[in-house]
Design a protein around this ligand. Structure first.
Ligand code: NAP
Length: 298
């Protein structure tokens, strides 16, 4: 299978990039073969050929010690990106992830940094720029939920969620656009939620924060499109992480009735969407919200 994909890629590249067909000389074929195999690697984890889509890119991901952020960090490293990532309190998990990412042969570093704190975000961006040189991709993923019916929702709970989920996106985006504007290139990916698109009773603070992210995302896409900086949001449905673990307490099946695909999503399935938005395959996609929810919202 790997050989077949490689063969198809060679033919495609020969025709598109070099405008030469099978009858052209052997030298061309050898040159292109060398270039393409440079972009592939044999993954010891999966025993498959993989085309690297983020080779030498620098990615900064918030909240990657667990769940969706961790899956994105692994996916990006697998595709050749150097990964800086943050967490709030999971020191051991963060250290373990840093080692795991480095095993892909990329540079990786964990930073303990509160995404909701503006000064901390400024410090983080400066540290990453010092350590990695630039920032090509930023994934604003860190988030929390403190669900309650509105009558019981305290001002502190409201503020905590808005600060961690929405202000955090402003905090870091304001920093990363500086190197991106200089480079005239960048991809910003903000983790919204299907709840931000549709609303959900008992989650008003979370829904407001995630809907706010969508408005912010579209505005930044318009503001910075002329600088070739793209900004998109992902709106996951129910994804199997610590955040949704409690939903399974009363049996997961009752939730499946709301999901046409009748299952929760996996963090890797969100990471695949993030990979698409981070790489050049989405070079003309900006200001969009990509629902990743098993058709819960259509
Ligand atoms: P999770 O498993 O609870 O992981 C949350 C991650 O964010 C952890 O790495 C945590 O770090 C970090 N974090 C939390 N607050 C932070 C802060 N103030 N500063 C820095 N890092 C912070 O959550 P998840 O399910 O992967 O969710 C990731 C994102 O996807 C969130 O924005 C969430 O709202 C969104 N989302 C999730 C779902 C879902 O079904 N799971 C659906 C839609 C959207 P520590 O480990 O150090 O605490």
């Amino acid at each position: 299978m790997g050989a077949f994909i490689l063969y198809c890629s060679i033919c495609y590249k020969l025709i598109t990039d070099y405008n030469c067909y099978a009858t052209d000389n052997l030298v061309n074929i050898v040159i292109v073969f060398t270039q393409i195999t440079d972009n592939y690697y044999f993954s010891s984890h999966k025993s498959t050929f993989l085309m690297k889509l983020l080779e030498n890119k620098i990615a900064l991901i918030t909240g990657a010690s667990r769940g969706i952020g961790e899956a994105i960090a692994i996916k990006f490293a697998e595709h050749g990106a150097n990964v800086a990532f943050t967490y709030l309190s999971s020191d051991e998990k963060a250290q373990a992830l840093e080692a795991k990412l480095k095993a892909y042969g990329v540079n990786a570093k964990a930073y303990k940094s509160n995404a909701g704190d503006y000064a901390a975000s400024e410090q983080l961006a400066n540290d990453v720029l010092k350590d990695f040189g630039t920032i090509d991709i930023c994934v604003n993923n860190a988030g929390i939920s403190k669900d309650n019916l509105l009558l019981r929702l305290t001002p502190e709970q409201w503020d905590d969620v808005i600060q961690a989920n929405l202000k955090s996106v402003y905090n870091l985006t304001r920093q990363v656009i500086k190197p991106m504007m200089k480079a005239r290139s960048g991809s910003i990916i903000n983790m919204s939620s299907i709840v931000g698109v549709e609303g959900n009773g008992g989650q008003s603070s979370y829904a407001a924060s995630k809907a706010g992210i969508i408005g912010f995302t579209k505005s930044i896409a318009q503001e910075l499109g002329s600088r070739n900086i793209r900004c998109n949001a992902i709106a996951p449905g129910f994804i199997e992480t610590d955040m949704t673990h409690y939903l399974k307490d009363g049996g997961a099946e009752k939730w499946f009735e709301k999901i046409p695909m009748a299952r929760f999503g996996k963090p890797e399935e969100v990471a695949n969407v993030a990979l698409f938005l981070a790489c050049d395959m989405s070079s003309y996609v900006s200001g969009q919200v990509i629902n990743t929810c098993g058709a819960m919202s259509t």
